[in-house]
Design a protein around this ligand. Structure first.
Ligand SMILES: [Zn+2]
Length: 290
């Protein structure tokens, strides 16, 4: 057994967020029941694997609309961390908006969890990296970030220096191209769903060999099979028939294809390597400039 990996959950309400991405609404009701059952499935998975604890990067909107759920995650001993306020691509926003929305999310999460929130991960890993303003806003609010991905701690340290954020710790998600010229592959989400177990095994080994604590990320909808978070055709209809059909199919690919095997794969990884617990308890394993 290796040193284990950190299981992290990007805890977001997919149907709400897709409607926002598609311009169908700015915001609206959350599927709170689906979020509860998503959480309970993950909690059962963790209970079966040595009663392990995990880090939940939750959107602020969930904390505002379903504070009891965020309170439960914390009460069960897991870490509540921040996944921004809305599930927006931050690199399309100004640094001022990022600062405002991240602060609002942190406050809502802390109120609901009853504890300080230390960690941050940008939705879709999309935070501006060419200019340091957004990272500096995050560094003012949080102790660590897990939005950066790359292949070595040296790269991560060079990035911190470029951003000029001395006090921020990084928990990088290991990412490397599977072959020359390919886009980098991360250990989680759809990659984990679509690639065979052997690839995930190799990525954990490569992260460890590079001196980087392996992190695996999942979403509540990947452990589901019932399509709890799917938009139906009527909800998509305002997009026009062709786009509605396209997005209906895309969601079905994300939410159904490979979900059955997903939990089995994650379970095999957890049994082989062990789960390492909450990120906040392992800040000594983070990359820092100190
Ligand atoms: Zn997300």
């Amino acid at each position: 057994m290796s040193g284990g990996f950190f299981l992290t959950v990007d805890f977001e309400e997919f149907a709400h967020d897709l409607k926002r991405d598609l311009g169908l609404w700015e915001t609206g009701p959350l599927r709170v029941d689906a979020l509860w059952s998503g959480y309970e499935r993950i909690a059962r998975f963790l209970a079966r694997h040595g009663d392990a604890k995990a880090t939940f990067f939750c959107t602020g909107i969930i904390a505002e609309r379903a504070p009891d759920l965020v309170g439960r995650i914390a009460a069960d001993g897991h870490e509540v961390a921040c996944h921004y306020f809305f599930h927006d691509e931050m690199d399309r926003s100004s640094a001022e908006d990022v600062s405002r929305f991240a602060a609002r999310a942190k406050e809502a999460l802390e109120d609901a969890a009853g504890t300080e929130v230390l960690g941050f991960r940008a939705p879709k890993f999309r935070i501006e990296r060419r200019d340091p303003a957004q990272y500096r806003a995050i560094a003012r609010l949080f102790r660590y970030d897990s939005s950066w991905y790359g292949a070595s701690p040296e790269e991560a340290r060079a990035f911190l220096r470029r951003m000029g954020v001395d006090a921020l710790a990084l928990f990088p998600v290991f990412a490397a191209p599977p072959f020359r010229g390919a886009p980098p592959l991360r250990l989680g989400g759809s990659y984990l769903k679509l690639f065979p177990l052997g690839v995930a095994e190799r990525w954990i080994a490569r992260a460890e060999a590079a001196g980087q604590a392996p992190i695996v990320y999942v979403h509540p909808y990947e452990l589901a099979t019932e399509g709890d978070f799917l938009l139906d055709l009527a909800e998509l209809a305002p997009l026009g028939a062709a786009r509605a059909a396209y997005w209906w199919l895309r969601q079905n690919q994300w939410h159904r294809a490979g979900n059955g095997g997903f939990e089995a794969k994650l379970s095999a990884l957890a049994r082989a390597h062990g789960l390492r617990g909450r990120l906040r308890d392992h800040l000594d394993a983070a990359v820092t400039l100190g």
